[in-house]
Design a protein around this ligand. Sequence first.
Ligand code: NAD
Length: 292
Amino acid sequence: MSEITTIGIVGAGQMGTGIAHVCSLGGYDVLVSDLSQERLDASRTRMSQNMARQASKGAIAQADADAAMKRIQFSTELGQMAHADLVIEAATEDEKVKRAIFADLQSVMNKDAFLATNTSSLSVTRLAASTDRPERFIGLHFMNPVPVMKLVELIRGIQTNEATYEMAKGLVDRLEKTHATAEDFPAFIVNRILMPMINEAVYALYEGVGTVESIDRAMRLGANHPMGPLELADFVGLDTCLAVMRVLHEELADTKYRPCPLLVKYVEAGWLGRKADRGFYDYRGETPVPTR
Ligand code: NAD
């Protein structure tokens, strides 16, 4: 298979919706699948709102947004993926869920089609091995929010062949994004570096080295980061930060990755960051207020 014209996306949550958005604007025909019609309807609504926002800012033409929305089909039927040249799995971060999707997909997908996963932390090699096409399987790790973030990490499992890697590079180019290639080790590149930094910021808070505000201000103005690490942790979700630290700690078996007990405590409290209205900051009022 040389040319990709139709891309299937399984899982229409925040990432699947964003990936469908950029693929359709990139001129591909897109097939989106999720468990329920409600989730697909929510995905379509969010996507058209996001495109309208981009058009109102002049980032894209309204006519291109309209044409892109027409190139997308939403269906709960996985059978539609028979028409896809590439399927990108962007479902819940749970290995059992992903494996079940791959098993269902291989009975409907064209035998020459490529398969990719957007996993943030699971082993691409292990996921690839569970499919009927490990050599045509690759990690395509988009960043959140997909329409805004320029990077896509490409992760080759040890079985991934050169044609699959070239296909993935071509796709990233056509989406006008940039790739960084990562070997298949826990958390790849971005999260391997970012999450320990966030975890260290939580240790600095835990040990009283600084307050929430002074830690964030120090890193914004002293290291030129656009967001402080604790603000960023709230944006990502503290449960996600903790999950990635646990993967690093367990799979690399090095104590330098131990999750900070204060991060664990925030997650246990349900203070997960912006999505829960409270994390290192409290977002329930007009302006965010530090919680420590
Ligand atoms: P999400 O919870 O917003 O969306 C997941 C979607 O998958 C849901 O709509 C759910 O209904 C659907 N789903 C679950 N089981 C399914 C099945 N059997 N068939 C079809 N759809 C199914 O999650 P998300 O944030 O979009 O994350 C999706 C993937 O992207 C995960 O692997 C995650 O690790 C990865 N990722 C997330 C981020 C992030 O910042 N959120 C960044 C990069 C990668």
